[in-house]
Design a protein around this ligand. Structure first.
Ligand SMILES: Nc1ncnc2c1ncn2[C@@H]1O[C@H](COP(=O)(O)OP(=O)(O)OP(=O)(O)O)[C@@H](O)[C@H]1O
Length: 227
């Protein structure tokens, strides 16, 4: 299903897109997930631009999707063990969906009505900062570099943090060209801080130990120094 169809589907409950690809069965109305329009290596933005699938818009869009999936895995590991964090992660997955909509709506090709739909509220970054501050107050101070560790949920949150940073890198040129919302871009920067804090929070709440960085002195180095 194309992105435009999906937005129409969610926004208008039964748009012409859906009726074109949809089918009425005795039980219910459903739409096919595939349109075959992307089979030749191009796809459409929400604004109707057709672009090659390795365009920076789809790279960044794909990475926000990957990020949300990694957060989903972390959240499943946390299930029923750290409910407050589980709830925050679910909200973040929704916020990421909005970042994706924003990326898929390059500003230079957007109409006012498109922009209205994908506008990203300033309060979302503030919310994230509030959550970071709230969790940080419960954590021991950082005295060393910590390694991605601290149990399965924490390690997955660290992995999500690195995916978040890749998404941010991929969004940077779009941001430079003025193609994405300032607040959505800021959100991605703050989100990696949130995920770092969340990883530490999950480790503490689950009673797991975070591994810390220590310099490894190897026999190889000793031999070199002696020679
Ligand atoms: N490989 C991809 N990576 C990231 N985003 C993609 C990719 N392919 C498509 N998109 C975006 O995600 C939306 C949904 O993807 P989808 O696979 O339905 O698109 P498609 O390949 O163009 O269509 P279809 O699968 O029906 O042939 C697209 O409209 C496009 O904006």
């Amino acid at each position: 299903m194309s992105f435009r169809c999906l937005i129409n589907f969610l926004g208008q409950r039964g748009s012409k897109c859906v009726s074109a690809a949809g089918f009425m069965s005795k039980e219910r109305f459903y739409s096919k997930i595939y349109t075959r329009t992307g089979d030749k290596g191009t796809s459409a933005t929400f604004t109707g631009l057709r672009k090659v699938k390795d365009d920076e818009v789809f790279q960044a869009l794909g990475t926000t999707d990957e990020l949300s999936s990694a957060i989903g895995v972390a959240s499943e590991f946390l299930r029923d063990r750290v409910p407050d964090l589980e709830q925050k992660l679910e909200q973040i997955q929704c916020m990421l969906q909005d970042v994706g909509s924003n990326i898929a709506t390059p500003i230079s090709s957007a109409r006012e009505s498109h922009l209205k739909r994908v506008q990203f509220s300033k309060n979302i970054v503030l919310q994230l900062e509030h959550w970071i501050d709230e969790m940080s107050q419960t954590l021991p101070p950082l005295r060393n570099f910590i390694l991605p560790s601290g149990g399965k949920s924490a390690a997955f949150l660290h992995l999500a943090r690195t995916i978040c940073r890749r998404a941010e890198r991929e969004m940077t040129s779009l941001h430079r060209k003025g193609e994405i919302d300032e607040e959505a871009f800021k959100f991605m920067n703050r989100l990696s801080d949130f995920l770092f804090t969340a990883a530490r929070y999950a480790a503490i709440k689950e009673g797991r130990e975070e591994k810390i960085y220590r310099r490894i002195a190897t026999n190889h180095e000793d031999t070199k120094m002696e020679a």
